[in-house]
Each structure stands twice: as C-alpha cells, then as structure tokens.
Design a binder for this molecule. Sequence first.
Ligand SMILES: Cc1ncc(COP(=O)(O)O)c(C=O)c1O
Length: 469
Amino acid sequence: MRGAIAGRRPTAADLVESVVAEHRAGHLPDGARLPPVRAIEKQLGISKNTVQSAYDELVARGVCVARERDGVFIATSAATPATAPLARASAPALRALPPLKSPNKSASIQLSSVFIDPALLPREKLAECARSVLRTPGLESFYDAQGYAPLRAQIAERLTARAMPTDPSQVIITTGSQQALDIVVRALATRTVAIEDPVYSHARLLFENLGATIAPLRLDPFSGIDMDHWKRTLDARRPSLLYAITRFQNPTGYSYQTHELEALVRHSEDTGMGVLEDDWGSDMLSEGDYRPTLRSLGGDNVLYANSFTKKLLPSLRVGYLVAPEPLVPTLVAMKRLATLGNPWFTEAILSEFLDRGYYDTHLRAVQTSLDARYAHCVDALREHMPEGCRWTLPGGGPTLWLEVPRSVDLGALSARMRARDVNVESTVDHFAREGGEAPHLHGFRVSYAYCDEEKLTRAIAALGQELRA
Ligand SMILES: Cc1ncc(COP(=O)(O)O)c(C=O)c1O
C-alpha cells in the first residue's frame, strides 16, 4: 500500500485515506482486492485491529465491499448512463429576482457585521451537547412541525421570566428568525406590510418577493419617531401588518420609547393591524433588556420573533416565533408546507445547552465582553470622528449607526476602507426609497459585537483619517 506516512506508524484513518487516494488516482481499480489484514500488519508493523478497523470503515463508506472468506475488494461503481437527457431539457422559467448582495468577506475587519465575534462562541460546550444528543435514543424518527417540544417549553419559560408571559403552545421554532418573518407574511390574508425606513434589508426584500405592498415609515434615530406622520401613513395605507424592530433597530440602533410602543399597541387594537415585533438584539449587552418590548406591553395582535443565531452561533439557524394561540395552526401549516419540520437534532442540541445552564453562562460572558467593546467603540468614535459625524448609542444589540456628512461619497469611502482591510457595508438596500427619493440618512452600521477592541481602534482610526481626507 503506497502513501505510508513518513516518520510515524500509520493509523486506521491514514489507511482509509491512502486507499481512497489510490482508488481515485486509478492505482486501485474497481474490483481490486486489498491485501489481507495479516500482510498489511507485517508490511507496516501495525496491529491487526488497526488494519481491520480501517477496512471496516472503507466498507461502511461504500468504497469497498467485504466478501466472506474472499477478502475486501474495491467496490464496483454504479454504471453511468450513456446519455444525459436532462442536459438537453429546457430550464423552467423562473422569476427574475434582483441579485442579493452578500457581505464582502475578504477584509479582515468586518466593521458593519451583525454577527458575533467567532472568538466568543462556546464551541466545545456545543460539541459536548451535540455528542450527548447523538447518544440519546428516540430522536431519529419523529419531528413535529411546530418544533422540539422541550425547547419550546424552555423558550416560553425564559420569555415569561422576562415579563412576556408565554405558553409553550404559542411558540413555533423556525430556521432563524428569518423563517418567522417568512411564514407570518405568507399567512397574511392581505399583504400590505408597514416597515421602518430604513430597515433590515432582507426583511424588506423578503416581503417584496412575497408580493407584499410595502408602506414605509420614516425612522430617524436622532429625532425619534414622528408618531403623527406614522399614524397618517398607517391610516392611509391600512397595512395588515407592521413589522417593527423595536429595540436596537437594524440598521439604526434605535429603540422605541415606551410612549411610542403604547401608541402602536393602541393603533393596532383600534384598527386590527397585526404587529410582528423582531427582538433580534436582545441579550447582547447587560443593560439592554431593561427596555420594554411591544409584547410585554400586551396586545393580542402582537407576534414576537427572536433567534439564537446572533448571540450563540450564526450557523445554528434556530429562531422562534411567538403568536397568539388562534394563529398558531395556520402559521405551523405554513412552516410545514415549506419544510415539513426543521432539524430536531439541532433543536435538541440547543435544548441541552439551555438545560445544562450553558446558555446563561455564555450570555454573561458575552455581555461582559460586549459591554467593554461597546464602551471602547464609543470612546474611539469620540476620539477619531471629525466634525459633522454623529452616531446612535443603542446600549444593546450588535451595532450602532454612524452618520457622516452628506459631502462624503459612501461608495468611495467604502472602497478606500477596503484598501485598508476594513469592510464597511453599503446601506442602500436598507432604504425603501419610494419615488426614487434620496435616503434621509447618510451612513452605515458599526459593529461592536464582531470586532474586538484592537480591531475597533484600528478600523475607527482609519475611518477618521479617510473621512478627513
Ligand atoms: C433585524 C433582523 N431580524 C432578523 C434577522 C434574521 O436573522 P436569523 O435568521 O439569523 O435569526 C436578521 C439578520 O441579520 C436581522 O438583522
């Protein structure tokens, strides 16, 4: 067997890799017999067990087949059809969608990211929970479209403790909170949706792609909500749903004042307008959760979405929706039609993570770290930003909004920052721009969740220099 590992005794994994490589290179053709275990044992000076477990693994992977008393052979590949008729079939016509922008990942400092610094993620603890779940019998064959019941109970308990009384039957587990937004708007009988302007861009694009008519509500984080203007717009457009990111709004960092939340609850009670509250930025800074939510102020028309992706692990993709009891069956049906059910395995890992108390320990560590980064970020902005710049002070969530003078060309600034290894995201997609109007804000997000202090200092100092230039 070729490819023996120089300088050390080969392991079973080395043997497997070597056979696979030899087969791919054509040195071990289909049907070729592998040397008997004893021969390899002697040739390489390794134990019989090591060789046997390598052969077992090759059989388990389908690379080899074992024939009793004959030995182990390279499996014969399935025959490939001579023609490929599908290649000639014409593709079905799809709707033309505008291409979705992805963040530029090439720069080493992601100054506008909404994600959490990977260095703060509890990988090992999650791995322990994953191993434990894999050993649990009974997870294999069942799933429930509403989501893993123990996780729904844990979420309900946590929300109840935060002055949002919730029953597990009201919780629907979703693939990130993005799926919560999707199923709610899909389920609407009439799709006119009011959104903040600017707003989380993938919410606006999703609603538009679902055929919703959008009613934008201008949001200026520096002067607050002009409630008279909002009410006039809501009265005129009569949306069936208001989508509101009420705390640490993406992208502005704005948090609604209590009187603004109360006015919206009253409006929704008077008109029957539903509200989907997106609480994406909860739990990130230690002081963040003292601000009220719409859901805590009540109102039978309020649906609430949140997610573990921003504070625990982006790729976990577990979010949730809390809905008034009578709406739950329709929303679950929407989810079932899209996915039948989401992976219970991931939900069970998260449930175990919560159950062991790891999530609370993790949040405390995250909050200590993000509190310090937030303070550092604000200090760095005070030190480096030139006259004419201002920024929001969210006190929670992952990002703030930095407003720069109108004279600054945002595209050119972003290109110059990229040349300095810093990525500043474009914000054009956040604005609804009805009638081609220029956005009323001129700036971008600055992340204190993704960047550590050293990166924040470097990026903000560079930004200050470019803005002065
Ligand atoms: C405000 C807001 N809501 C919801 C989402 C969806 O996130 P996820 O599906 O990861 O929960 C995002 C993602 O960035 C967001 O910014």
